[in-house]
Design a protein around this ligand. Structure first.
Ligand code: IPE
Ligand code: IPE
Ligand code: MG
Length: 233
């Protein structure tokens, strides 16, 4: 049985969870952050090497200022308060996405978290923040164009392997399984890792992200192991 090397998770359904539980509007985001920490532990136990989680998309900038401020406060809290725990558990943090759109202080907090966890080896976690797959591809194209202009690479040599090196996920294997929580009404990828998921298996969970449990995590893995992985053959 082939192990999952790279798991992607679209952590959706936080606001619906809060609404259902008649709690404050953004309470689901808060609980969701805790669930994310637990999920890292489950991945380590399963010997999954890479976990990429979708935390905030380029499209999510269209949300209300109130919600955006709340989400970024939560992220700041995570990047400062949970870093020691990440180091203790061997979790390496890398943030992917359009960094230019982030506040200066958030960029510094992120850089610090990345630096402090640089040598961690148990699980490599990519947090997709201000991330959109189309935006990632456009940024990659711009970088390649720059390298062509400076004759660092020749146009005729650009192939899939070279292009991959210009993506935010350079050097990371393609995603084996994507889990999207949040119910059957959202069977889509919403701009999550389009290059890296062309052959991923997809598991859509009815569970809203704050309720995501070890049991549901195991179900997704069981699903992955139950389907044949014969892409293109
Ligand atoms: C996903 O949960 C998290 C973010 C986009 C920040 P949502 O906030 O989209 O929650 P629902 O899907 O509206 O319930
Ligand atoms: C996807 O959820 C993005 C994140 C989980 C961060 P959304 O709620 O933003 O996606 P749509 O709007 O349902 O496509
Ligand atoms: Mg949503």
């Amino acid at each position: 049985m082939e192990n999952i090397k790279h798991l992607g998770i679209i952590m959706d359904g936080n606001r619906r969870w809060a609404e259902k539980a008649s709690l404050q509007r953004f309470k689901g985001h808060d609980i969701g952050a805790e669930v994310f920490v637990n999920t890292c532990d489950w991945c380590i136990k399963e010997k999954i090497e890479y976990l990429t989680v979708y935390a905030f998309s380029t499209e999510n900038w269209k949300r209300t200022k109130e919600e955006i401020v709340h989400i970024f406060k939560l992220l700041e809290k995570f990047f400062t308060e949970k870093i020691d725990l990440c180091i203790e558990r061997g979790i390496k943090i890398k943030v992917i996405g359009e960094r230019d759109n982030l506040a200066k202080k958030d960029i510094l907090i992120i850089e610090n978290a990345e630096k402090q966890t640089e040598i961690c080896k148990n699980l490599k976690v990519q947090i997709a923040l201000s991330y959109g797959g189309r935006n990632e591809i456009i940024r990659a194209v711009k970088k390649i164009a720059g390298d062509v202009l400076s004759t660092k690479i020749l146009i005729k040599n650009i192939d899939e392997d070279i292009f991959e090196q210009y993506l935010d996920t350079a050097g990371i294997p393609d995603v084996d399984l994507v889990i999207r929580t949040g119910g059957a009404e959202n069977r889509r990828l919403s701009n999550f890792l389009p290059w890296q998921t062309v052959y991923s298996e997809l598991y859509f969970s009815e569970i809203l992200w704050p309720d995501f449990s070890k049991d549901e995590f195991d179900k997704a893995l069981t699903y992955y192991h139950s389907v044949p992985h014969k892409a293109g053959k």
